[in-house]
Design a protein around this ligand. Structure first.
Ligand SMILES: Cc1cc2nc3c(=O)[nH]c(=O)nc-3n(C[C@H](O)[C@H](O)[C@H](O)COP(=O)(O)OP(=O)(O)OC[C@H]3O[C@@H](n4cnc5c(N)ncnc54)[C@H](O)[C@@H]3O)c2cc1C
Ligand SMILES: *[C@@H]1O[C@H](CO)[C@@H](O)[C@H](O)[C@H]1NC(C)=O
Ligand SMILES: *[C@@H]1O[C@H](CO)[C@@H](O)[C@H](O)[C@H]1NC(C)=O
Length: 582
C-alpha cells in the first residue's frame, strides 16, 4: 500500500549535506567587523547567497550541487545565506537578487546575462552564536555602530523577519544541545513544582526534536514542517500542530527561557522570575524581546496516534470541495472537542488524535468514511479513505509530513510566496446558517478549482480540547482569539523567479483579497507566524488586548529598540531597515 501524502506530491530527495558552503574569511583586521569577530572567537563571517556558485560558473560541480539541493529545505536551513522563501533573500523594492529559477533550478535563463548575483536582503555579516557573551557583544556593537541586528535561526519566516539588508545576523543554527529531565524544576521555583521537561538549544529543529522525543518515549508538540525551529520563532509566536487540540500550543508548554535581553543581561525567564518577560516570550513573537539561547518545554507521555484520511482527485468544479468542507465544518465542533486535530485542503481531509482509542476513533469518524462511500457511489474519481493507527507520533509524522516541504503544497521550498491567514472562532460553527456562511467564504476564498489559485489549507490546530491542568502554568500572550478558535485558515500564492514588481504586488494583493471572504465572517484575529505581510490592523489581529502590555515589556528590556522587525511588538515602521519591503 502506498500511503497517500499530505501534500500530494512526494518528490524523491537527494541526500542532504548539512555543512555550510565555504565562507569568505574577513579581511582588514582594523575594521569594526574584524574587531567584533576577534571579540567572539573569530565567529563573524560573510555568507554567500545559496545560488552564488551558479553565477560564478554555471558549469561547475559546485553549481550542480546547488541546483540539486535548491528546493531542499534541510539544505536551505543549514545555509547561512539560504532562506525558505526566495523573496526574503532578495530586496523586493529594488529587485536585487541572486536566485535560480526555483521551478527548474537548471534553467540557464536565471544566471544568464544581464542577471547578476546580489546579496539583496541577505545580511552581509553573520555571527555564529555559541553563548550569551556573543549576544552581549553584538548588542554593544549595534549600539555603537547603528548596524541593524536580525536573529536568524532556520530562515522560515513568512514576513522576512530573519533577513535584512545590511544587517548583522545572529545565527543560532548551531545551538543544537537537547536533553530531557523527567523532574525539571524551573530555576527559582519551589522544588515541589517539577515537570517532565525537554531543554533545547535555539538551533534545534523539529526533525531533531521528534527523533529525540521518540528515543525518550515522550511526545512534543510541533508543526507540519520538520525543519522549522523548535524553540525559535515558532515557539515565541505561538506554535501550533496537529496535537495542539489536546496538548495546547507550543507556548502553552513553555516552562523556561534562557535569553539575553537587549540591555545586555543574560536572564532566566519562567513562572518564578522575570515573569513579565516569560509572558512576552509566550506569544509576543520572535526577534523582539531578546535572543533566546535555549528553552525548556513540557513533555507529554508517548501515546498511539489515530489517523483518518480522505483524499480524492481534483474535479472540474468546486462542488466536491464545497461538500467536503460542509461536512467537516458540520462535525468539527464535536470532533475538535473530542481531541481531533488535522488539516483539510480542497481535495483532502486528514485528522489525527492521541486522545481516542482505535475503536473510539473509528466511531467518531464514521461520517467522514460515509462521505467517502457516497462520493465513490456518485462516481467521484480517485477516492481514498482509511483509518490508521501508529504506535507513536514520529512514525505518523514521517509517513505524512516529511519530504513534503510543509505547506508549500508541491513538496519543495525556495519559491517566493504571499501568505495570508485567519483564525475562525467557535461562533462560526454554532448554527446551520453560520456554518453555511463560513463554508461559502472558504470555497470562494480558495478560488477552487482554478489551478493557479492560492493553496488554501484549513488547519485544525487550535487548542480546542486542551485541559489547563495538562499544560505548563501561567499566562500566554498570543491573541486570546486562539482560545476560541477552531480553524486556522492559511492561503498561499506564489510568483516566478523573474516576476516583475507589478506582478509581485498583484500576487500579494490577490492572495489577500481572496482571504477577505473569510475576514468578512470572522473577528480580527490571525496567527503572527503565518500572517499576511500586509495584515490590516496587525496589533489587534496578532495579540488582541495583550498588545499594550507587550509594548510596555518591550520598552522595559529594549529601550533603544536594538531589536526591531516587521509588524513586531513596538516596531518602528519608519526604520530604514524596511527599505526592501514593497
Ligand atoms: C513550510 C513551513 C511550515 C510551517 N508550519 C508551521 C506549523 O505547522 N505551525 C506553526 O506554528 N508554524 C508553522 N510555520 C511557521 C513558523 O512557525 C514560522 O516561520 C517561524 O517564524 C519559524 O521560526 P524559525 O525560528 O524556525 O525561523 P526564522 O525565520 O529563523 O525566525 C523566525 C523569527 O523568529 C526570530 N527568532 C528565531 N530564533 C530566535 C531566537 N533564538 N530568539 C529570538 N528570536 C528568534 C527571528 O528573528 C524571526 O523574527 C511554518 C513555516 C513554514 C515555512
Ligand atoms: C512509554 O510511555 C508510555 C506512556 O507513559 C508507557 O505506557 C510505556 O510503558 C513506555 N514505554 C517504554 C518502553 O518505556
Ligand atoms: C521568466 O523566465 C522564463 C524562463 O525561465 C521565461 O519563459 C519568461 O518569459 C520570463 N518572464 C518574464 C516576465 O521575463
Amino acid at each position: 500500500m502506498t500511503i497517500p501524502l499530505l501534500f500530494l506530491a512526494l518528490l524523491a530527495r537527494a541526500p542532504v549535506r548539512a555543512a555550510a558552503q565555504d565562507q569568505v574569511p574577513l579581511a582588514a583586521p582594523t575594521d569594526m567587523w574584524a574587531a567584533l569577530s576577534a571579540r567572539v572567537g573569530g565567529r563573524v563571517f560573510e555568507p554567500l547567497p545559496f545560488a552564488r556558485p551558479c553565477f560564478d560558473d554555471a558549469a561547475s560541480p559546485e553549481c550542480a550541487h546547488v541546483q540539486e539541493l535548491y528546493q531542499n529545505e534541510k539544505a536551505r536551513t543549514a545555509q547561512p545565506g539560504g532562506y525558505t522563501w526566495g523573496q526574503w533573500e532578495t530586496c523586493q523594492a529594488t529587485g536585487e537578487q541572486c536566485l535560480l529559477d526555483f521551478a527548474t533550478p537548471t534553467d540557464p535563463a536565471a544566471t544568464a546575462s544581464p542577471n547578476t548575483c546580489e546579496l539583496g536582503s541577505i545580511p552581509p555579516h553573520f555571527l555564529d552564536v555559541e553563548g550569551p557573551e556573543d549576544v552581549i557583544a553584538a548588542f554593544e556593537f549595534t549600539k555603537e555602530t547603528g548596524v541593524p541586528l536580525v536573529i536568524k535561526n532556520t530562515g522560515h519566516d513568512f514576513m522576512g523577519r530573519s533577513s535584512g539588508k545590511g544587517a548583522l545576523a545572529l545565527w543560532t543554527h548551531n545551538l543544537k544541545d537537547i536533553s530531557f529531565n523527567p523532574a525539571f524544576v524551573p530555576e527559582g521555583c519551589p522544588a515541589s513544582t517539577s515537570f517532565p521537561g525537554v531543554t533545547a538549544g535555539a538551533g534545534v529543529q523539529f526533525f531533531e526534536a521528534f527523533e529525540f522525543a521518540e528515543a525518550h518515549n515522550i511526545t512534543l508538540v510541533g508543526g507540519s514542517d520538520e525543519t522549522v525551529g523548535f524553540v525559535g520563532g515558532f515557539l515565541q509566536g505561538g506554535g501550533h500542530g496537529v496535537l495542539s487540540p489536546v496538548l495546547g500550543l507550543g507556548v502553552d508548554r513553555a516552562l523556561e527561557f534562557k535569553i539575553v535581553t537587549p540591555d545586555g543581561v543574560y536572564r532566566t525567564a519562567n513562572a518564578c522570575q522575570n515573569e513579565d518577560l516569560f509572558f512576552a516570550l509566550r506569544g509576543g513573537g520572535g526577534g523582539t524581546f531578546g535572543v533566546v539561547l535555549a528553552a525548556t518545554i513540557l513533555a507529554a507521555p508517548a501515546a498511539p496516534v489515530q489517523v483518518a484520511l480522505l483524499t480524492f482527485a481534483p474535479a472540474p468544479s468546486a462542488a466536491p470541495t464545497a461538500a467536503l468542507w460542509a461536512l467537516v465544518t458540520e462535525h468539527m465542533l464535536g470532533w475538535a472537542d473530542a481531541g481531533w486535530g488535522g488539516y483539510s485542503m480542497p481535495t483532502l481531509a486528514l485528522f489525527v488524535t492521541q486522545r481516542l482509542s482505535k475503536d473510539e476513533a473509528a466511531a467518531s469518524m464514521a461520517p467522514l468514511l460515509a462521505h467517502a462511500e457516497a462520493m465513490k457511489a456518485a462516481g467521484a474519481e480517485g477516492v481514498v479513505a482509511m483509518m490508521m493507527e501508529f504506535p507513536s507520533f514520529l512514525p505518523f509524522f514521517k509517513s505524512f509530513m516529511t519530504d513534503a516541504g510543509g505547506n508549500a503544497g508541491a513538496g519543495k521550498v525556495g519559491y517566493s510566496v504571499a501568505l495570508t491567514s485567519r483564525l475562525v472562532q467557535r461562533a462560526s460553527f454554532a448554527t446551520p446558517a453560520s456554518r453555511a456562511a463560513l463554508v461559502e467564504a472558504l470555497v470562494s476564498g480558495a478560488g477552487v478549482p482554478a489551478p493557479e489559485a492560492p493553496l488554501m489549507i484549513i488547519q485544525i490546530t487550535a487548542p480546542t480540547a486542551a485541559r489547563a491542568a495538562d499544560l505548563a502554568p501561567g499566562r500566554t500572550s498570543v491573541t486570546p482569539a486562539w482560545r476560541e478558535a477552531v480553524y486556522h485558515v492559511t492561503s498561499m500564492g506564489r510568483w516566478a523567479w523573474n516576476a516583475t514588481g507589478a506582478e509581485v504586488r498583484g500576487v500579494y494583493r490577490e492572495t489577500s483579497r481572496l482571504m477577505d471572504f473569510v475576514r468578512g465572517v470572522t473577528p480580527d484575529a490571525a496567527y503572527l507566524n503565518e500572517a499576511d505581510v500586509y495584515e490590516p490592523n496587525h496589533e489587534v489581529a496578532f495579540w488582541g488586548d495583550h498588545y499594550p502590555e507587550l509594548v510596555t515589556i518591550k520598552m522595559k528590556y529594549d529601550p533603544d529598540r536594538l531589536l526591531d522587525c516587521w509588524h513586531c511588538v513596538g516596531w518602528d515602521r519608519d526604520s530604514e531597515r524596511y527599505a526592501c519591503y514593497m
